[in-house]
Design a protein around this ligand. Structure first.
Ligand code: SF4
Length: 428
């Protein structure tokens, strides 16, 4: 391999003072994660213990066909539950017993907490323990919170995976664990590249079925595929597994650095690494160059939403020629984010948390060429003449690894090109 990336910046953002904001924030809640998790985990069922609002969010976000037997539902807390007049635990037992009697295909059941269940302090961990004992060995029952109180939408997946880590068996096997619920086609690409280097056995969290699961132990090496999996990272640390720190696999550079970090742990030679990665790297480089033409020299401003902001800012500045003005992200976990922060050149404001009005003022002052934000902010900002990209699309679209690098750049450049076309039409 002769071609190299731009050298790392002399000063990255690892030591940049972080603007910490703790005001009103505008994000979706963690229930959103059920939409991609239920597709990934083929024998799981997600039972949200929440309100009609939670049920509506899930149904509209997932576009559920009401006649299909889906793999998620909402146990609705009625006013009597919220007022503490009914025994919600008993009611939950009844709902779960009926569900499991009707659906023998369910092998793992997640009780998913919501804002209402948290407000009335319904102890879902206790319920899950009780039900696990009742329905073992056929069904495993776990709980996690998808509540929107002080959280962001990608934390639902993190909380779900973190809940699974303690119940995985113990092992001393030296295995690679890839952590994150990626679309199957993307996951297959990653596993294919790693296996072609001779790395294995490779496990994935979440496994598609309970029976495909494996153990965790001191010889487990794990790599995160999503930057928001920080609680899962902590849970794996408690199982004494070893974290392979790396930039996240977005774009050609991120993918290569991520693969390289894993390859180093498994003693893969430079020659073997190049043999496996040269061709897809070249394809990715070409695709990014084409897709990012409209982005070169343009500025980008990130509102905190998906927790993908820092790795994406690294990709857009280093591979697509953009300039980052502000990179806002809900939370910064140093151990997980430092490889990307090191590569992001000093300059942008790095903000953690949100005070939405103040941040909107900064964005209006900066007038960036592209603003990456949640759905709730996108329309008002578009109305003010700013070009926006919905952060949630980045989680629903395959964007990881080499073959998707061009599509990732394209997601951003389409928004910029659309705005340029509208300007042209207005001028004619
Ligand atoms: S969990 Fe909270 S934020 Fe999410 S839909 Fe339910 S009430 Fe709304």
């Amino acid at each position: 391999m002769t071609e190299q990336f731009a050298p790392p910046p002399s000063r990255g953002c690892s030591n940049t003072p972080v603007l910490k904001e703790r005001g009103q924030h505008e994000v979706f809640c963690g229930l959103t994660g059920i939409i991609w998790l239920h597709r990934k985990m083929q024998d799981a069922f997600f039972l949200v213990v929440g309100s009609r609002t939670c049920a509506h969010l899930l149904q509209s976000a997932a576009g559920v066909m009401i006649f299909a037997e889906p793999r998620f539902a909402t146990a609705i807390l009625e006013e009597t539950d919220l007022a503490g007049m009914a025994d919600a635990q008993q009611e939950l037992d009844r709902v779960v017993s009926e569900l499991l009697a009707r659906r023998p295909d369910i092998k793992q059941l997640f009780l998913v907490g919501s804002c209402p269940s948290e407000v009335i302090k319904l102890d879902l961990a206790k319920a899950a323990e009780r039900m696990s004992a009742q329905f073992a060995p056929n069904v495993r029952v776990l709980s996690y919170s998808g509540s929107g109180i002080e959280t962001t939408f990608t934390q639902g997946e993190d909380a779900c995976l973190a809940a699974m880590v303690p119940v995985l068996p113990q092992t001393d096997a030296r295995e690679l664990l890839l952590v994150g619920a990626l679309p199957d086609v993307v996951e297959e690409q990653a596993v294919g590249l790693l296996e072609a280097m001779g790395i294995g056995p490779i496990r994935v969290l979440p496994a598609s079925r309970v029976n495909d699961e494996y153990g965790i132990g001191p010889n487990t090496l794990y790599a995160l595929t999503q930057p928001f999996l920080t609680d899962t990272h902590e849970a794996l640390q408690r199982r004494h597994a070893t974290y392979i720190a790396a930039p996240f696999p977005f774009g050609e550079e991120g993918t290569t650095a991520w693969l390289r970090a894993i390859a180093d742990q498994f003693g893969v030679s430079e020659a073997k690494f190049a043999e496996v990665t040269d061709a897809p790297r070249a394809r990715a480089r070409k695709a990014v160059a084409q897709a990012s033409e409209a982005l070169r020299g343009k500025s980008v401003f990130f509102f905190p939403d998906s927790q993908l902001e820092i790795p994406l800012a690294r990709f857009l500045t280093r591979e697509c020629g953009m300039e980052a003005v502000e990179v806002g992200t809900p939370f910064i976990h140093r151990a997980v984010m430092s490889s990307d922060l090191d590569l992001l050149a000093e300059g942008p404001t790095i903000a953690e948390g949100q005070d939405v009005d103040k941040q909107l003022d900064r964005c209006r002052d900066a007038r960036p060429d592209l603003t990456v934000c949640g759905l709730g902010l996108a329309n008002p900002l578009e109305a003010e003449g700013l070009t926006t990209k919905w952060a949630i699309e980045l989680v629903f679209t395959p964007v990881h690894f080499y073959e998707q690098a061009g599509d990732l750049a394209g997601l951003f450049s389409r928004a910029v090109r659309r705005r340029d076309l509208l300007k042209l039409e207005a001028a004619e």
